[in-house]
Design a protein around this ligand. Structure first.
Ligand SMILES: Cc1cc2nc3c(=O)[nH]c(=O)nc-3n(C[C@H](O)[C@H](O)[C@H](O)COP(=O)(O)OP(=O)(O)OC[C@H]3O[C@@H](n4cnc5c(N)ncnc54)[C@H](O)[C@@H]3O)c2cc1C
Ligand code: FES
Length: 361
């Protein structure tokens, strides 16, 4: 009997505590309406208590947020001039001392508790939300799907090659965002292409492997800082693997259309030959681009007995073929270890950090 009383008392205490927390959440932590001043604009009014990133989205200001607000990508940087409270330990790994001194914060980690004054990059204010429909989809390797999205509203997107979009992924009663690079050239403004690798159990990739032609898809964009140097002597060097092919295809297709004589290199690495993709398309591009040099390398050639091309890691191919002393700009895209190795090779060949752009995924 005594145990029953003990259980009842504990249950009552637990219930009471839950009610207290609920009331505290509703009344003590009720921050009411807060005003957020963004750059030189008129302040917007938002409900306090939520994340700054979410409040900005709700007001059609789309800050990059590749991890969907989990505090793991460091993309949602902005400056908080007033009202942001102390910087959290979750933010510091992503912010340099110079950035911290300038008031940099991660928008997904800042909770709105009072009025705020913030500064966002002007280009973020141009990012739009798009309604699209899946127009085609096909597998290009055993786990990578090419997806075409026809834009409905707005019907066109202006972007630079190498940029990415953020797909709205329906998840339970929420929407989460995931970043995907545009594989199509800017000239295809009414229909964009993506390449998506399936991550088993992953929210965004399983969603994009599930959608079918005719399905509606929402995304925001464009994002990304890569800007092509069009000086005729500056070689473009693309190094990547897997879905890193997406932005590199966009870049090379754009150069083929706009400056086919521009000197370009593509180094694409895969483990086995069945993970190579778009070889015929790229070889056809090389017919139109006399200064495009293509290098494919396999890191596990034993598993591809017919392979007669280069072997080893793709940064080793770049090391073999690139001579130092040439003006270059590099675009690296792929998994972190590949990018680190490629970055070191390029720096050894004389490239400055500022001339190396990398998208890690
Ligand atoms: C700028 C940018 C551009 C990108 N472009 C592309 C693109 O063109 N194509 C593309 O396919 N992806 C791209 N990505 C990656 C993409 O945004 C997602 O991170 C990826 O699709 C996984 O998301 P998810 O929702 O499926 O998995 P999540 O639900 O986020 O993760 C599920 C689980 O998988 C693990 N996981 C997450 N990512 C990986 C991974 N890459 N490998 C192994 N395990 C993983 C997580 O740790 C977690 O345990 C890009 C990322 C960035 C930052
Ligand atoms: S959205 Fe990724 S860290 Fe904020």
């Amino acid at each position: 009997m005594i145990y029953l009383y003990a259980i009842l008392v504990l249950a009552a205490l637990g219930g009471g505590l839950a009610v207290l927390l609920l009331l505290a959440g509703r009344y003590i932590c009720n921050y009411g309406e807060c005003r957020v001043k963004i750059n030189d604009r008129e302040p917007i009014t938002v409900q306090g208590g939520g994340k700054l990133l979410d409040a900005l989205y709700a007001n059609d200001i789309f800050i990059p947020s590749a991890c969907g607000g989990q505090g793991t990508c460091g993309f949602c940087k902005l400056r908080v001039l007033n009202g942001g409270g102390p910087v959290l330990p979750t933010e510091t790994p992503f912010l340099t001392t110079v950035e911290l001194n300038a008031g940099a914060r991660l928008a997904c980690q800042v909770k709105i508790r009072n009025d705020l004054e913030i500064v966002v990059k002007d280009e973020y204010l141009l990012v739009q939300r798009f309604a699209a429909t899946v127009s085609a989809a096909r597998m290009v390797t055993s786990d990578i799907r090419e997806i075409r999205l026809k834009l409905l509203d707005p019907a066109r997107i202006d972007f630079r090659p190498g940029q990415y979009i953020q797909i709205a992924v329906p998840h339970k009663r929420e929407t989460v965002f995931r970043a995907y690079s545009l594989a199509s050239p800017p000239s295809m403004a009414g229909e964009v292409e993506l390449l998506v690798r399936l991550i088993p159990g992953g929210l965004g990739s399983t969603y994009l492997h599930r959608v079918q032609p005719g399905d509606a898809v929402i995304f925001t964009g464009p994002y990304g800082e890569f800007e092509l140097d069009t000086a005729p002597d500056t070689e473009l060097v693309c190094v990547g693997g897997g879905c890193g092919m997406a932005p590199m295809r966009s870049l090379l297709r754009h150069v083929a259309e706009t400056a086919p004589d521009h000197p370009c290199w593509l180094f694409f690495g895969a483990r086995t030959s069945d993970q190579l993709m778009y070889r015929e398309e790229l070889e056809a591009l090389a017919q139109k681009m006399p200064k495009l040099r293509l290098h494919f390398a396999l890191s596990e050639p034993d598993k591809s007995p017919d392979w007669t091309g280069e072997t080893g890691f793709i940064h080793q191919s770049a090391e073999r073929h690139l001579q130092p002393g040439q003006a270059r700009q590099a675009f690296l895209c792929g998994p972190p270890q590949m990018l680190a190795a490629a970055r070191k090779v390029l720096k050894d060949k004389g490239l400055d950090d500022k001339a190396i752009f990398a998208d890690e995924f």
